[in-house]
Design a protein around this ligand. Sequence first.
Ligand code: CA
Length: 239
Amino acid sequence: MPAADTTSPYPPSEIKHILLVEDDPMIGQSLTRALTDAGMTMDWMRDGAEGERAISANKYSLILLDLGLPKKSGLELLQLMRERGDTTPLLIITARDEIDDRVAGLESGADDYLVKPFGFKELMARIRAILRRAGEQTPAMIGNGEICLMLATHEVSYRGKKLRLPAREFALLYALVDSPGIIFSRHQIETHLYEWSREVGNNAVDVLIHYLRKKFDNEIIRNVRGIGWMVVKHPTDAP
Ligand code: CA
């Protein structure tokens, strides 16, 4: 691991939003303080259920995840995220005796782990390495010749117009545009993208689709009667 300095590694335009899921108040407080001082914005959740809600509702640059958590274990949370296709970079912070869980975590798609107690310099070095790798992999935007989605801002440009979408609308449109020609059923949208069908009414997906279709002149998202919805392949899409 290369040596790291302790000054903020990011210019103001690249402030990182970090989610910490950690039930130990001492560790939680000191990490929150240290990372805020390093110029990042922080959400700190104290158990697995809170963590899951935060992950569903927000977009984070990186997640710091404790494994031994009340209500839902860190490992469960991680597996849930990855099953849903959520590729947010994730660093496990774990106790020394949780070696089996650590291995399971890496196999479930964690990017790296740190064993407690760890120094702040090492944490920052790991965070930077993970963000650097993630930055190389994640495109800043997706789209075709007709529509373009900006991941960092949730902005969509369409026929010369620019609009910003609420998180759920953006996530749904992103999934559709990212897989042109693939039909998504209501069930797929509910289970893979949201898992919120219990808290909202049965027609939530239909309502969301209705809003989205309207915003884009009923043209981008096609209704495939009785099956689901899709974005039609555009000539500029990869075959
Ligand atoms: Ca713990």
